[in-house]
Design a protein around this ligand. Structure first.
Ligand code: 13P
Length: 249
């Protein structure tokens, strides 16, 4: 496969600075000979600490969200300018927890995607259906809508800085993984949607990660699929013992 695997750890709302520093140090040491592309996304409060540790390593620094504005009266938000200042390279946007707990819609996510790209960040755009949507046969339609709306007005020149993460909501933190076949089918479909939007070359190149209960014992089978180009890992990313085997699957 011409595409490079991209394994990312989303630490969600876990870890103090000290805990984040310990994990980051373990990962820098353990992954220095790793062959894939790597990223960790700590909480905002630990970004600066982790930035110092991963600097010069093969691990990129990600943020889990950003505000839809550059600056201003937005109590509780964190801006792209502030993220750039601490050394963030990539921003995860549209995570299902942002969509479903914090009610972010496709239009808001699209504003954030365009703002992040405008400021030179790479973006991981998360898409994925709820269990009831899957059971109603709407998984593809939901992923298509989230992909098309999330990328609305994103220029062709910028699509190379976008990774898509397919995270079926029913598989996140539940221990239920999509089968490699089911995940691959949706990945292939998302790739087709990218082809319709940006052409065959972009579709072939775009990295599509799978997320949802990725563990050391299921990573290799998922990654073996033609259209699965990496993983966005939650729970198993919180310990080197479980993240490193995934990262080196
Ligand atoms: P889990 O790996 O804990 O299921 O979380 C997946 C996820 O949401 C990563 O962004």
């Amino acid at each position: 496969m011409a595409r490079n695997y991209f394994i990312a750890g989303n630490w969600k709302m876990h870890k103090t600075r000290g805990e984040a520093a310990s994990l980051a140090k373990e990962l820098v040491a353990a992954l220095k000979d790793g062959k894939h592309k790597y990223l960790v996304a700590p909480s905002f409060t630990a970004l600066e600490t982790v930035a110092e540790i991963v600097k010069g390593s093969n691990i990129l620094l990600g943020a889990q969200n950003c505000a839809p504005e550059e600056q201003g009266a937005h109590t509780g938000e964190v801006s792209v300018l502030q993220l750039k200042d601490v050394g963030v390279q990539t921003i995860i946007l549209g995570h299902s927890e942002r969509r479903h707990i914090y009610k972010e819609d496709d239009a808001l996510i699209n504003i954030k995607v365009r703002l992040a790209l405008k400021h030179g960040f790479d973006v991981i755009l998360c898409v994925g259906e709820l269990l009831e949507e899957r059971e109603a046969g709407k998984a593809e339609a939901v992923c298509k809508r989230q992909t098309v709306e999330g990328l609305k007005d994103v220029a062709a020149a910028d699509i190379s800085r976008v990774t898509i993460a397919y995270e079926p909501v029913w598989a996140i933190g539940t221990g239920k993984t999509a089968t490699p076949e089911d995940a691959d089918a949706i990945h292939a479909y998302i790739r087709k949607v990218i082809g319709e939007l940006y052409g065959a070359g972009a579709a072939e190149k775009i990295i599509i990660q799978y997320g949802g209960s990725v563990k050391p014992d299921n990573a290799a089978a998922l990654m073996a699929k033609e259209n699965i180009d990496g993983a966005l890992v939650g729970g198993a990313a919180l310990k080197a013992d479980t993240f490193v085997p995934i990262a080196k699957f």
